[in-house]
Design a binder for this molecule. Sequence first.
Ligand SMILES: [Zn+2]
Ligand SMILES: [Zn+2]
Length: 116
Amino acid sequence: MSSSDATRVRDLMVVGGDVVVVWADGHESYFPGEPLRRACTCAECKGEGHLFGRATLPVVKQLRPEAFVPVAAALVGNYGLQVTWGDGHGYGIYTLAELRAACPCAACRAGAAPAG
Ligand SMILES: [Zn+2]
Ligand SMILES: [Zn+2]
């Protein structure tokens, strides 16, 4: 099998509160909405902090519950995945390689190399 099959998407859907990716190698990944949203890499979610520059709070945005509910997912080119959330947010693009590496299933977690 080619390694690129692991980061190519065969099917993509939103099931309940999960974004489900079926990879070209047949593996399925279920990404729960909340950690996925928290991992959003867009400038807004990264919390540049310019609005609260003097605050002592860490840059954690207050998000309403619907912000963690994926409503749609779409491929961006052949490298990325864009998720639209219940609060209308949809700027973040997750790269497929990162998603595959972050697959939360037991098999992938067991096979993951220890950090560092
Ligand atoms: Zn974002
Ligand atoms: Zn997995």
